[in-house]
Structures are given as C-alpha cells and as structure tokens.
Write a protein that binds this ligand. Sequence first.
Ligand code: ADP
Ligand code: MG
Length: 450
Amino acid sequence: MYILKFGGTSMGDAETWQRVLNIISRYNHPFVIVSATARTTRKLLAAAEEALDNLGAAQKISAEIKNRHYTLVTNFLNNHPNAEATIEKECKSWIYQNINILDGHLAQIHDQQELNPRIKDAVASIGERLSSYLFARCGSAAGFPTHWVDATEVIRTNSDFEQASPQKDYIETQVQSLMNKIEPDHIPVMGGYYGQDNDGNITTLGFEGSDYSASLIGAALPAEAIEIWTDVSGIYTCDPRLISNAKPIPQLSFQEATELAYFGAKVLHPSTTKPASQKNIPIQVKNIFEPDEPGTRISHESISDGRVKAMTFKENCAVITVTSSQTVMGYEFLAGVFDILRWHHLSVDVVTTTEASVSIAIENGNQINEAAEQLNTYGSVDLQTEQGIISLVGCAKNDTQPLIHDVLENINAAPVNLISFSRSKGNLNIVMDKNHITSSVKSIHKMIFS
Ligand code: ADP
Ligand code: MG
C-alpha cells in the first residue's frame, strides 16, 4: 500500500483537487493524507489571536474560511454534474458544523481573555477536518469511493499541545483495526497534522505536521512507500523560491533529509523521516504539477559524488551567549544551561563553547526572553536577535578544508557570529546577521552548484 500525502497547495482549489484525484487514480488502494486548504491554518490561528481583542474581526476571518470552502465545493461539484445531490448537502452541513465549532472557540477565547495552547490546537485542527472530509466526499462524487478517517480515531499523542509526540504502538493498533473496517474498494482519506491525547483533547504535531502524520500512518501499516506530493519536484539544492536555478536532488539519505528539514527546507516537516526510517520505508517527494518528474527519493541509501548535496537557511534565529559566573563549576555550567533550554522546549541549532562561555543559536520565539532571564542564574547573558543560519548538508568527507575556505570567501565579508562543522556528519552551519543571509546564500549556491 502507498501513502499519498497532499499539501496545502494541492488542496487549494477545485482545479488542484482534480489533479490530486488524477494522481490517486494511478494507484491501487492508496491511503490518502491531506493538509488544510492553502493558508487556512494561518488564518485559523490569526482568528484565534484576533479573538482576544476584537471578536468581530475574528468572526470575519471565520466567515472567510466558511465562504472559501463553500466556493471550493461548489466549483468542484459544478464540474461533476452527475454527482448525487446529497453530497453537496453533506459538504455544506459539514462546513456549517465546523464553522460553528470554530465560532464557539473564538467566543470562548474572547470571554475568558485567554488563548492557551489547548484551544489553539482545537482551532488549528479545523483546517484539516474541513479539507479531509470535503475532499473525501467530493472524491466519491467524482467516482472514487472513499472512507473519511477522523485523525482523532488513530493519531494518539501525549498532551504537549502544538508539538505533541505520537504514541506509536497505539497508532499501529488503531490503523490496523481501521484497515479491517474499511471496504476493500474504498480509499481512506485522513486529515494530517492533528490527533488526540488520552483525555480526548485535540492536539497537533507541530506546524506543517501533515507530512509527519503520513509517515506515522506509513510506519503503522506498514506501507510500501510514502509519497509527499507538493508544488515542487522534490527537495532542491536550495529553496527554489530564492534560488531560481536550484535543482531537485534525485536521492537523499534519511539523515540528510532530516538535517535539511531541521535547518529550514520547508518542503518536509523535520520529524517525517523518523517513523519511515525505523521501518525502512522510502519517502518520495513529488510535484502535483509535474507528476512524471521523478522527484527526490529518501531512503537508507547514501550516495555521494563528493560534492555538497544541498544548502538551507533560516532567518528567524537568535544567539544566546552565557558567560559563566566564577562560582559555577564548568560541568555544572553547561548542564545547567541546557537544562533551562530543555525546560523551555528550545531546540539548539548551533552551539560553540569556550572555557567560560557558551553561545547557542536557536529559533526565535516567545520562550527566548524567559529562557534568557533564567539563564542569568549561571552567568551574564547576551541575547542577539535578528540572526540567521546557513547550513550545508552532505559535505564531502574529504577535502573539507577547501570547501570551508570557499564558503567563507563567498559570504561577501558578512561577519560570522558562530560556525560549526562536523566532518563525520558532513554538516557546516554558519550563523550571521539576518540581513546578510540571502546574498550569502545566493553566492554560496552559485559557487557550489553552478
Ligand atoms: P505543502 O503545502 O505541499 O506541504 P510546503 O509549502 O510546505 O508545501 O513546501 C513546499 C515549498 O517548500 C516549496 O514551494 C518551496 O518554496 C519550499 N522549499 C524550501 N526549501 C526547499 C527545498 N530545499 N527544496 C524544495 N522546496 C523547498
Ligand atoms: Mg509542507
């Protein structure tokens, strides 16, 4: 069985829905996972934020989401005039019910003047609840019998809202019993990104988490392959939106793909590779607009032609430097610093140390200021925001010295704030002021890949 995951752009409108169905028709009994329609998750979260101060503005966003889905269903069904009339009714009633739920959450946020992670997840999940059900019903209308799967039935997680960890054993049991229930000629269609904790609260797997859902289902079945269908033909040597001549990479190892995703290649959620690699299931990244292009295959194989495989960048980072107060012993110092980061769920991107200090590059977020304040216990703290990271992945194991030299020559004299290199892992990370990132990325990419 193949897992086919379609992202936000693929769910964008009636025309892309048809494309997606054409792709599905090439497979024998796939399991389909879909994201919310393009930009809906952002809109839902914006509505939740807005609800605190201005309920009217939040309800306006909710109405926009409702109208967009009504229009999508209407446009799709207009192209399928022979569909049963009940399908349109069911779809409209589903939209109505879910928008009612959304409006209930928005009113609650406003009345209680509180937007906590639990309610944020409940709001955010509505995007996938809408898209998955509507797409499943419209798929049936177009002649593909489907079975809508509510992700809360199968994706069980802990209660770390916004970044929940899945319970793999539970998911495996649920997926297998689900497969026994579904009629053999029906295609399961499930919304990605969300699940449920043991107390019945809706949780999410982190922003863009539908890729991760696809991999979890793939590992639970287990599937033959997991295909991530998106709007570009695979994982490129760099973000094609910035580098117009970036090229798709035919093959990556799980580890290389994970590094790229973690260091900013938005095309894949960083946790996606884990369940797949544990069960040795290849992942293929493919383009709905160019379905015959091979895309990128991610597997345990690691093929190197001696050159860097790809580069990525992040522009929303901060560097925290803690200089130890003399009263703290060296080993306690580092352990203490990292313990505070753990407590705030902050993942370290780059780290460098001296005898008495540690500098850590981290993605910027709400937690950073609180963490910086607590780090004061261990010494003086300097927080630099407006930082970015450039990462090179799959660097050749030999000849690293000329590579590092050439890279530093191509950052156009941008001051380097931190640098880390791992020869065994083939990774080079450079932290610099954010305003130097794009020009440096362009010239390094040209130097390596032209
Ligand atoms: P989806 O909605 O299908 O999940 P995403 O927007 O999450 O799609 O991911 C696809 C986008 O990722 C591409 O349009 C591209 O701009 C961006 N991207 C960033 N880095 C890379 C990269 N190295 N290779 C390919 N795409 C990348
Ligand atoms: Mg995505």
